[in-house]
Design a protein around this ligand. Structure first.
Ligand code: MN
Length: 226
């Protein structure tokens, strides 16, 4: 029986072999979904950009890009795949099946991308747009604010800039452990009557982000005391 539709996705394929390919993992057989996934990834990014551009008139580029990352990140796509139970249609090799591959979030996200790539090839850009919009619309309307999506270092920097105060400094206090298990201790310091904050993480960037968050907590706590 040729497969030409996936329940929950309002699109009927003319060429069912494209859909079959979109549902085929490389551990199962060839042609598999990876080339379609590549196309779908680009389509998702473009359509998400277009939707955000219309829905958030006036938002600066940095906000639009943060919102888009949230909208098309792997975790969001995996949620969509779970809602649609796409994992049930996935064709996976035996070994991969045993290792629980059908549950892996990254594979579920790939499936969404691959199906969109397949719809684009089968039905053209407008159909792909329509389906992506239908998949994203609820999440588009429930996105966190662009402000909330900023990382702590960015928020701390903007907080200081907005008040015309000097920017924070980040210092690596220590770096220990073997190459594969490094531990970074980082401090964040700002001018004025503030305690340095410190954080430990397996990479420097993460440690800096956590130290920045602690500094923000300190600034906010004092502000609410005033
Ligand atoms: Mn992918």
């Amino acid at each position: 029986m040729p497969l030409n539709k996936v329940p929950g996705i309002d699109y009927v394929f003319r060429d069912g072999s494209l859909l079959l390919q979109a549902l085929t993992h490389r551990s199962h057989s060839s042609p598999h979904y990876e080339r379609l996934e590549f196309l779908g990834d680009s389509l998702l990014n473009l359509v998400a950009a277009d939707l955000l551009y219309r829905h958030h008139s006036g938002a600066p580029e940095g906000d639009l890009s943060r919102l888009r990352s949230r909208l098309v990140r792997g975790a969001t796509l995996a949620e969509i795949a779970k809602d649609l139970e796409l994992g049930r249609h996935l064709r996976l090799g035996v070994g991969e099946k045993r290792s629980g591959g059908f549950l892996r979030e990254s594979i579920l996200a790939d499936l969404v991308e691959a199906i969109i790539g397949a719809i684009y090839l089968d039905g053209g850009f407008d159909e792909a747009y329509r389906i992506v919009e239908s998949l994203l619309v609820d999440r588009l309307n429930n996105l966190p604010s662009a402000e909330a999506l900023k990382d702590p270092k960015t928020r701390l920097q903007e907080f200081r800039q907005a008040r015309g105060e000097p920017l924070p400094d980040y210092m690596v206090i220590s770096e220990s452990g073997a190459d594969h298990a490094k531990v970074f201790r980082v401090a964040c310091r700002i001018a004025g009557d503030w305690q340095d904050t410190e954080a430990v993480a397996s990479n420097r960037r993460r440690a800096e982000q956590e130290a920045a968050q602690k500094m923000l907590d300190q600034l906010m706590a004092r502000r609410s005391d005033d």
